[in-house]
Ligand binder design. Structure first.
Ligand code: PRT
Ligand code: ZN
Length: 286
C-alpha cells in the first residue's frame, strides 16, 4: 500500500483557511467540505485531519498525525515533543499582558502580587518566574478580556493581533510575553518514506512562500545607463536584457524582494528607467 503522510490542521477558526490555502497553493487538492473530519488528497500522498488546534501537538507527538499546522503559542503552552520544521508566516499574533487603561504602569514590578487571568498558564508562569515576579495566575478558558471588569483579575495575559479587543474592553498592553505565528510541526520519528513526502511538501511550501516575497519586474532602460541599472537589480542569476525597436533602449526583466522593492524602484527611476511593470509570481524555485 502507498505510504501517506497524515497532516493535522485546524478544523475551524483563525488558522483553518490559511492552512488549507497553503496546501492548495502547494498544488495539493482535497475536499475540505463542512463537517469533514478527514480528507484524502487526490494528487499527493497526503491525508488531512481536521482537529481543534489545542489537540494538534498531542496528536503529532503520538504519531496519530505525522505533521500538523498550529500556532507557536499553542505549541509552547502544550509543551509536547515535536519538531518545528517550517514557519508559515500567517496567524501572526503576540501573547501579551494587559491591564485596565487607567492603571499606572512603570515596569514589570507593578505586576507583583497581582491576579492575572489567562488561558496560557504554562507560558505565563515561566515568564513571571524569569522576571522574578510573584503573581497569582487564574486559568480560564475563554473571554479572558472581561476578567478585570468583572473583578476576577487585575490583569490578563491573552493573544493580541490588532489590539481592538483590548481597546473595546478598556485595557492597555503592558508586556509582550511571546510573539507567535503558525508553524509546521513534525513527529520526531518519521519513517524514511514519510520523511521523503515531507521533504517534497516543504519544498513546495517554500516555493510558494518565496514567490509571495518576490515580484517580477519589467522596465525599459536607456542603454547608456544599462550597467548602472543592472547593478541595482539583484535578479535570480542576473537580469534578462532584451533589445527594443528603438536602438537606444532595452527591456530589462528581473526579480525583486518585497522588502527592498520601493527602495529599488526609486533608484531605477533615478537612473532613467521607464514603463516599470510589477507582476506577482505564483511559484519560485531556485
Ligand atoms: O476551536 P479551536 O480550539 O481549534 O480554536 P480556538 O478558538 O482555540 O483558536 P482560534 O481559532 O481563535 O485561534 C487559533 C490560533 O490563531 C491561535 O492559537 C493563534 O496562534 C492564532 N491567532 C492569531 C489568534 C489571533 N491572531 C487572535 N487575535 N488567536 C486568537 N486571537 C484572539 C484573541 O484571543 C483575542 O480574543 O483575537 C482577540 C484579539 O484580537 P484583536 O485583533 O482584537 O487584537
Ligand atoms: Zn483552541
Amino acid at each position: 500500500m502507498e505510504t501517506k503522510l497524515k497532516i493535522a490542521i485546524q478544523k475551524s477558526g483563525r488558522l483553518n483557511e490559511d492552512s488549507i490555502r497553503i496546501l492548495k497553493e502547494a498544488g495539493i487538492e482535497f475536499n475540505n467540505g463542512l463537517n469533514k473530519l478527514k480528507a484524502e488528497a487526490y494528487n499527493f500522498p497526503l491525508e488531512v485531519f481536521f482537529l481543534r488546534d489545542d489537540d494538534i501537538p498531542q496528536y503529532v507527538e503520538d504519531g496519530i498525525a505525522d505533521i500538523g499546522i498550529v500556532g507557536e503559542n499553542v505549541l509552547i503552552e502544550k509543551n509536547k515533543k515535536v519538531s518545528i520544521v517550517n514557519k508559515l508566516g500567517f496567524g501572526k499574533c503576540r501573547l501579551s499582558i494587559a491591564i485596565p487603561k487607567n492603571e499606572k504602569y512603570k515596569s514589570i514590578q507593578d505586576l507583583e502580587g497581582k491576579r492575572i487571568a489567562t488561558s496560557y498558564s504554562v507560558i505565563l508562569s515561566k515568564f513571571l518566574k524569569k522576571n522574578k515576579i510573584n503573581a497569582e495566575i487564574h486559568e480560564i478558558s475563554g473571554s479572558v478580556e472581561i476578567a478585570p471588569s468583572i473583578g476576577l483579575a487585575d490583569a490578563i495575559c491573552d493573544l493580541v493581533s490588532s489590539g481592538s479587543t483590548l481597546f473595546t474592553n478598556g485595557l492597555k498592553e503592558v508586556e509582550v510575553v511571546l510573539k507567535s505565528e503558525a508553524v509546521l510541526v513534525s513527529n520526531n520519528t518519521l519513517s524514511k518514506s514519510k520523511e521523503n513526502i515531507l521533504e517534497k511538501l516543504i519544498f513546495r511550501i517554500n516555493a510558494v512562500k518565496k514567490a509571495k516575497n518576490n515580484k517580477y519586474i519589467l522596465l525599459n532602460a536607456p542603454n547608456k545607463n544599462l550597467d548602472a541599472i543592472c547593478k541595482i537589480l539583484p535578479g535570480m542569476k542576473s537580469p534578462t536584457i532584451l533589445p527594443l525597436a528603438d536602438k537606444r533602449w532595452s527591456s530589462v526583466h528581473s526579480v525583486v524582494n518585497e522588502n527592498e522593492f520601493w527602495d529599488i524602484i526609486e533608484k531605477l527611476k533615478a537612473k532613467g528607467a521607464e514603463g516599470i511593470l510589477v507582476i506577482p509570481i505564483e511559484k519560485m524555485i531556485v
